[in-house]
Design a protein around this ligand. Structure first.
Ligand code: NAD
Length: 292
């Protein structure tokens, strides 16, 4: 069993972007600039946005964090996005989800111009991805592809089972793994909350991507010997032993599943770090496209 290490892999990607940014700076060019919007004060969202901003600083990107309290109106938020859309110094815009209930997430996502849609959630980005055209790929599935590529894992002809069909993880992951390219070329089964025989389907999988948000849901008796297991789940569960009062759990029961796998991602230290790497790649690509 080999651990697919998100720390090592994301560091390699960050180092390669950092080198490219250093070349831009040496040539007197401006550096890529990511704008992040954070609404409210959810602990998890605060943590995610803080790591994105910190990573920008590490690799030499500029970043702007716009914070609003929960009471912001939808129209105020849309106006902020409009300002960022028309600001030439900004290359990428991300809005940390989820948003408060009174704001329609789809309206907010559609308000970001596709050229700056570094989260890859805009329907134009998703449509282009489905058509196999160059596009921003949602950061988590993109990070998983980068991980498979880094470890040179052959995926052609494998049966991939994706558990979850959200627009940000499960659905794009299924589409990407089925594309006629590397990493991809898999036969893909998408499972979700209405799937009846999940265990039987998982037992046929060469690759399992677990993205359902239920801690330690995938057990050893659902995994075939030698499978590649990618754990996307991040759930905070109360843990009195931790200073923070919670532990982070993935969707896979790592202790019992890992001995059966050929490769497995840990949580934490796996896909979460790769998501940030995917976002940074998208931001760099947005910059390059805008400054061609
Ligand atoms: P979501 O709640 O939008 O979607 C969950 C999906 O799981 C749904 O499609 C649902 O049909 C399916 N599902 C739920 N229960 C199921 C069951 N018993 N059997 C089969 N399918 C079931 O979640 P999401 O936004 O896709 O996130 C999934 C998990 O991944 C969460 O834990 C989230 O925190 C985590 N996540 C991690 C990263 C990262 O960077 N590692 C990024 C995004 C999301």
């Amino acid at each position: 069993m080999q651990i697919l290490d998100g720390k090592i892999t994301s560091q390699a990607i960050k180092d390669s972007i950092k080198e490219k940014v250093a070349v831009l700076t040496a040539a007197g060019k401006r550096t890529p600039h990511l704008a992040a919007i954070l609404v409210g004060n959810s602990g998890a969202s605060e943590t995610y946005v803080a790591s994105k901003v910190k990573t920008c600083a590490e690799i030499g990107f500029d970043s702007t964090l716009k914070r609003f309290n929960d009471a912001i109106s939808e129209i105020e938020l849309l106006n902020t996005i409009h300002d960022l859309n028309t600001d030439d110094s900004i290359d990428g815009i991300l809005v940390q989800l989820p948003l408060p209930k009174h704001i329609a997430e789809d309206k907010v996502i559609e308000a970001i111009i596709p050229d700056k849609d570094v989260d890859g959630f805009h329907p134009v980005s998703l449509g282009r991805m489905v058509a196999g055209l160059p596009s921003f790929i949602p950061a988590t599935p993109y990070g998983i592809l980068l991980m498979l590529e880094h470890y040179k894992i052959e995926t052609k002809g494998l049966h991939a089972v994706v558990i979850g069909r959200s627009n940000i993880v499960g659905k794009p992951m299924s589409i990407l793994l089925s594309r006629n390219t590397y990493p991809g070329n898999c036969t893909v089964t998408t499972c979700h909350s209405a799937t009846k025989n999940l265990k039987e389907i998982c037992l046929q999988a060469d690759i399992i991507v677990a993205a359902l948000g239920r801690p330690e849901f995938v057990k050893a008796d659902m995994v075939k010997e030698g499978a590649i297991v990618i754990d996307v789940g991040i759930t905070r569960v109360p843990d009195a032993m931790k200073k923070s009062g919670f532990a982070i759990k993935g969707d896979v029961d790592f202790a019992e599943v890992s001995p059966k796998c050929s490769y497995i991602t840990p949580v934490p230290g796996g896909v979460g770090l790769m998501t940030i790497a995917g976002l940074m790649m998208n931001t760099y690509n947005a910059y390059m496209k805008r400054n061609k």
